[in-house]
Design a protein. Structure first.
Length: 124
């Protein structure tokens, strides 16, 4: 079932989301200031391509003062509108019964969009 849902997700927009995250990671890598967010952008890109069967976690060992500062900067600059984008899409998909699994994935993407530094994506 995960495979079918991931294929549908990829066809109907996951490829756009993942590709945009890769592009954002490349643009961040060009600047010296954006380098700390590059690994997070690429991690989220992989998660955006195929989110079903994956879980995003914030391990306690990764919560360092530097991660907190980077996440606060990210939230102010880009995280809030990315999360809002995913929340709007989640609400639109949740209205339809068939869209509920996809709405759940958008909610997971909204959470990771708020604070991407220090997150890990695990297979379930």
């Amino acid at each position: 079932m995960k495979l079918l849902l991931n294929i549908l997700w990829f066809i109907f927009g996951g490829w756009i989301s993942g590709t945009m995250w890769i592009l954002a990671g490349c643009l961040l890598a060009i600047t010296v200031i954006g380098l700390p967010w590059v690994p997070s952008a690429f991690r989220i890109a992989g998660f955006s391509y195929f989110p079903f069967g994956k879980e995003v976690v914030h391990p306690p060992s990764m919560e360092q003062p530097g991660s907190l500062i980077l996440n606060v900067i990210w939230l102010v600059v880009a995280g809030w509108w990315l999360a809002l984008h995913h929340l709007v899409l989640a609400v639109g998909l949740a209205v339809t019964i068939i869209g509920i699994p996809f709405a759940w994935q958008h909610l997971k993407l909204a959470v990771v969009s708020v604070a991407p530094v220090g997150t890990m994506v695990l297979e379930r």
